[in-house]
Design a protein around this ligand. Structure first.
Ligand SMILES: NC(=O)c1ccc[n+]([C@@H]2O[C@H](COP(=O)([O-])OP(=O)(O)OC[C@H]3O[C@@H](n4cnc5c(N)ncnc54)[C@H](O)[C@@H]3O)[C@@H](O)[C@H]2O)c1
Length: 288
C-alpha cells in the first residue's frame, strides 16, 4: 500500500501510545479512522488530536470480547457507510510480569487474553472486511518479547511472552495464508523495543484497578527512560507498511537484541547475555 489517503483504518488500543500516534499520523495522511479502546475519555482525546478533515469514528470495547468486537465492526460499517476496511492495526495490549508458578492466575490469563485473544478475535471479526476491500494490509503488534521471552533474570514474563510469540507465529503464517487466498492483502509484524508510552501505568490500572505511588514512579521511569517515542514508533510502522515489509523492528534496541538472539540462541537466557546487552548500551531500563 503506497499511500493511505482515503483508506479506512481500524486501530485497537487507540486511546494511548502507539495506537494514538498511529491514528494521528494516519489522519494527517488522509486515512479515515475507526478507533477502539477500553478508555472512553482517552479515546475521545485521540479523536480530538486527529486531523479533522478525515472521518473518525470511535467505539469503546474490549478486544478480548468477541461480541463487543462484532458491535464495533457493525458500528464501523455504519459510521463509514462501507462494509470494507483497508487497514487493520491489532495494537491493543497490556504488559504484566505475573509469575506462572506463584502469581495470580486471573492476572496471568488477563494478560494472555488481551495480548493474544485480542489479536485473534479482532482478526476473526475484521479480516473479512479487509479481504473484501480492493487493497488491504493487516498489522499485528508483537514485541521484542515475541522472539525473546524475558525481561532479564530478575523477573518472570511468561504470559506476555507466550502471547507475543503467538502473535508472531500467527502473523508469519498469515503471509502464506494471504498469498494463497487473498493476494491483494499484505501483512506486517511489529516488534517494538522500549517505546516511551503509558503502558506500564495503563496495564496496572486495567489489571489491578489502581496505581500505587510506587508503581506510578516505575511507570514514569519506563515512559521517560525510553530511547524511542511513540510518535517515532508510529512513523516506523507506517513506513514499513508503505514499503510492504512484513518484519518491522522498532528502535536500535530491538535491532541489536534481534541480532544477538539470532547469533547465539543457546545463550539468550543467561545472565551474561543481559550483561552484553547493557554493554551494548541498550534496554537498560526495561531489562534487568
Ligand atoms: N511500549 C513498549 O515499550 C512496547 C514494547 C513492545 C511492544 N509493545 C506493544 O505495543 C502495543 C501498544 O502499546 P503501547 O506501549 O502504546 O501501550 P499504551 O498503554 O500506551 O496503549 C495501549 C492502549 O490499549 C488499550 N487497551 C488495553 N487493553 C485493551 C483491551 N482489552 N481492549 C481495548 N483496548 C485495550 C489501553 O487502554 C491503551 O489505551 C501493545 O500491544 C504492546 O504490548 C509496547
Amino acid at each position: 500500500m503506497k499511500d493511505f489517503a482515503d483508506k479506512i483504518a481500524v486501530i485497537t488500543g487507540a486511546g494511548s501510545g502507539m495506537g494514538r500516534d498511529l491514528a494521528v499520523r494516519l489522519s494527517e495522511q488522509g486515512a479515515h479512522l475507526a478507533l477502539c479502546d477500553l478508555n472512553e475519555q482517552e479515546l475521545q482525546r485521540t479523536v480530538e488530536l486527529c486531523d479533522n478533515r478525515v472521518r473518525t469514528s470511535m467505539f469503546v470495547c474490549d478486544v478480548s470480547d468477541e461480541q463487543a468486537l462484532e458491535k464495533f465492526r457493525d458500528a464501523t460499517i455504519e459510521a463509514h457507510q462501507q462494509d470494507t476496511i483497508n487497514l487493520l492495526f491489532n495494537n491493543a495490549g497490556i504488559g504484566t510480569t505475573e509469575s506462572f508458578l506463584t502469581g495470580s492466575r486471573s492476572s496471568w490469563e488477563k494478560t494472555f487474553d488481551v495480548c493474544w485473544n485480542g489479536v485473534y478475535l479482532t482478526s476473526r471479526v475484521f479480516i473479512p472486511l479487509v479481504v473484501a476491500a480492493d487493497e488491504g494490509h493487516v498489522i499485528n503488534t508483537s514485541s521484542i518479547n515475541g522472539f525473546w521471552a524475558s525481561l532479564g533474570p530478575s523477573r518472570t514474563h511468561t504470559a506476555y511472552s507466550a502471547a507475543k510469540f503467538a502473535v508472531k507465529g500467527f502473523t508469519e503464517a498469515l503471509i502464506n495464508e494471504f498469498r494463497l487466498h487473498a493476494p491483494h492483502v499484505g501483512v506486517s509484524l511489529v516488534m517494538p523495543g522500549h517505546i516511551g508510552t503509558g503502558i506500564a501505568a495503563n496495564s496496572r490500572v486495567i489489571v489491578e484497578g489502581e496505581l500505587s505511588p510506587e508503581a506510578s514512579e516505575l511507570a514514569a521511569a519506563f515512559r521517560n527512560g525510553a530511547p524511542t517515542t511513540s510518535l517515532q514508533a508510529a512513523d516506523v510502522i507506517l513506513e514499513g507498511v508503505r514499503e510492504g515489509r512484513w518484519r518491522i523492528l522498532i528502535g536500535e534496541d530491538a535491532h541489536i537484541l534481534d541480532a544477538m538472539v539470532r547469533a547465539d540462541p543457546e545463550q539468550a537466557y543467561e545472565e551474561s547475555f543481559v550483561t552484553q546487552l547493557h554493554e551494548a548500551g541498550v534496554l537498560d531500563v526495561l531489562v534487568r
